[in-house]
Design a protein around this ligand. Structure first.
Ligand code: ADE
Length: 355
């Protein structure tokens, strides 16, 4: 164990308008993530209302000796949707099969996985909004009646075979709940949005991860990392590792507030957690489009980024932090965004017209 304590305990400020580094774009070290994932509700920090509801739901399912209702979790990446699904499986004492919608391209992919499930097991489908129509139609009777409806033959001679499958629980996760079809959304018994974490919660996540990885850190060091983690535990965990490299090579091995802040400055993660891409995005809108509004495709093309990366990874926190605004005519940099970058907002842009 390697925790060094210091005296500042004031880490309870919510991260509300207190911006943002991003949950990873596409690539992320899953082995690292798995090694530090909490396995029970007690070690899962944050999302308290979700945890309380889930504890009741799980207990009721256990007492009835029935599988859990299908659950849908939505919210920005990195907030712990997969992690909470793993906790649920562990608490129910069942196995979990983890897949994602893009991996279920052909009918046989989804049929195969449904047929392989054992009674009570959990099927976790990430990015469920990307499920194609055919896969969705296969899923409906599976979710509702625990059957696979297979059609054999063509037109007039076609027959539907109903094959029973074991009762299972589907946990869907999405960053875009609005893109789920109505019929699919309606088949979930519980739909819950995961919230950004407060600085206090993230500092606890950082301390926990440091303890597991045997990294020396002070409470103020943890808080400094938490403040630049965009409300997102995945980012906080990644930053602990990066900062611990600096602590080892450039400092005395211990992450305190100074080490954390200096290392994060070198990594170009600013005091609100924005990185170079976030600042490039805001600067682009200010410099090339007079602060906006400008369409997302134009922004993505100008930054040589994928539209989905901008929408799923950069935008949620920039919006929540209040640096960016979404209008019917595109994205706009807010007065806070101008202020954060130290750029004076032209007075004509503060007119009511754009509000
Ligand atoms: N690591 C990632 N998310 C976490 C959480 N919610 N609690 C504890 N550790 C985590």
């Amino acid at each position: 164990m390697a925790i060094v304590s210091d005296d500042n305990k004031n880490i309870n400020k919510p991260l509300k308008r207190n911006p943002v580094v991003k949950p990873d774009s596409i690539e992320y070290d899953k082995t690292f993530e798995n090694s530090i994932r909490p396995k029970d509700f007690d070690s899962y920090i944050g999302q308290s209302s979700l945890k309380e509801t889930l504890k009741i739901t799980l207990e009721a399912a256990k007492r009835r000796n029935k599988p859990l209702d299908h659950l849908l979790f939505y919210g920005p990446p990195g907030l712990g949707k997969t992690t909470i699904a793993g906790v649920i499986a562990a608490q129910m004492g069942v196995d979990i099969k983890i897949t994602s919608a893009p991996a279920l391209e052909r009918p046989r992919d989804i049929i195969g996985i449904l047929m392989s499930l054992k009674g009570g097991e959990i099927l976790f489908i990430d990015e469920i909004h990307r499920l194609n129509k055919v896969a969705e139609e296969i899923l409906y009777p599976a979710m509702e009646d625990f059957t696979l409806d297979m059609t054999t033959g063509k037109s007039q001679t076609a027959k539907t075979l109903r094959i029973p499958i074991p009762k299972f629980t589907l946990i869907g996760a999405t960053t875009k709940a609005g893109e789920l079809s109505g019929p699919l959304r309606d088949r979930f018994g519980m739909i819950h949005r995961l919230e950004f974490y407060t600085v206090d919660e993230l500092a606890q996540v950082v301390m926990r991860t440091a303890r597991i990885l045997e990294i020396d850190i002070t409470e103020n060091g943890a808080k400094a990392i938490a403040m630049r983690s965009r409300g997102t535990p995945r980012i906080a965990n990644r930053l602990v590792k990066r900062v611990s490299d600096f602590a080892l090579v450039k400092y005395n091995g211990i992450i305190d507030e100074t080490v954390a802040n200096e290392s994060l400055d070198i990594l170009k993660i600013d005091k609100y957690g924005l990185d170079t891409t976030d600042r490039a995005l805001l600067n682009l809108i200010i410099e090339k489009y007079d602060g906006g509004p400008v369409g997302i495709e134009t922004i993505a093309a100008a930054l040589s980024e994928d539209v989905r990366t901008i929408e799923d990874v950069c935008e949620p926190y920039l919006l929540q932090a209040g640096f960016l605004q979404r209008t019917p005519r595109g994205r706009k940099v807010s007065p806070e965004g101008y202020r954060h970058l130290g750029v004076k907002q032209p007075s004509c842009q503060t007119s009511l017209f754009d509000m």
